[in-house]
Design a protein around this ligand. Structure first.
Ligand SMILES: Cc1cn([C@H]2C[C@H](O)[C@@H](COP(=O)(O)OP(=O)(O)O[C@H]3O[C@@H](C)C(=O)[C@@H](O)[C@H]3O)O2)c(=O)[nH]c1=O
Length: 211
């Protein structure tokens, strides 16, 4: 794996490396040593698993503030989701910008979302399950969120015209980014390269890609 393509200060799409044989395939979805070599050296302390019944269920945009800020490693194990990270680090050249990637059981891609980014996803079909590792404990007092439809962020959610996403009561009334005091500061790491959709690993970039 090629470290030069990774930077743990920006979201990174990590393609599945599946070893096929007559039975099917095998994949290591997380290896501390392999991720450390990629530059992702945070320690994950909890695994989460959520199921969303309806297509176009939207969870997010969520974050936890320090001292319980979380980096996340997200994977879809059933169905298809559009997974999004928004840079909410004060002072970042890409503050308020977003990146999205399709994660599916079929493609096996994972999205690494560093602390300092709000995270959310939209299910693209019925009965989607995602699992994600997080680098800090669940701390409800530190939870924060931003509206999925904040016009200043303008995420291009892949939804048919006229469809409204299915939201939790909390997510339906989250404030825009301009109305929250973000607890994160840009520390000189890399900004997002661009605002927009990542369709998959870049050609010829090796198994790991910094977005
Ligand atoms: C996040 C979380 C929730 N819960 C509980 C609280 C509540 O009763 C129930 C559902 O919680 P929520 O409505 O917050 O679940 P959900 O909307 O799926 O929240 C998640 O959304 C995605 C986008 C993220 O990035 C995650 O960090 C997390 O915020 O599960 C835990 O027990 N542990 C946890 O780590």
């Amino acid at each position: 794996m090629e470290r030069r393509f990774m930077d743990m200060t920006v979201p990174s799409l990590i393609p599945a490396v599946r070893r096929s044989d007559a039975r099917g395939w095998f994949a290591e979805t997380y290896s501390e040593a392999a991720f450390d070599r990629l530059g992702i050296s945070c320690r994950f302390v909890q695994d989460n698993h959520s199921f969303s019944r309806a297509a176009y269920t939207l969870r997010g945009l969520h974050f936890q503030a320090p001292p319980h800020a979380q980096a996340k490693l997200v994977r879809c194990i059933r169905g298809r989701i559009f997974d999004v990270a928004v840079d909410i680090r004060t002072g970042s050249p890409s503050y308020g910008q977003w990146l999205g990637a399709e994660l599916s059981a079929r493609n096996g891609h994972q999205l690494f979302v560093p602390a300092g980014f709000a995270h959310g996803f939209l299910t693209l079909e019925e009965d989607c399950e995602i699992t994600y590792k997080v680098s800090d404990i669940y701390a409800p007092d530190c939870e924060g969120g931003i509206g999925w439809d904040d016009p200043a962020i303008a995420i291009d959610w892949p939804m048919p015209a006229g469809i409204m996403p299915y939201l939790s009561p909390r997510d339906a009334f989250l404030p825009p980014l301009s109305e929250i005091a973000t607890p994160f500061f840009f520390d000189g790491g890399a900004p997002l390269a661009q605002n927009g959709v990542v369709h998959g690993p870049r050609q010829g970039s090796g198994p790991c890609v910094s977005l």
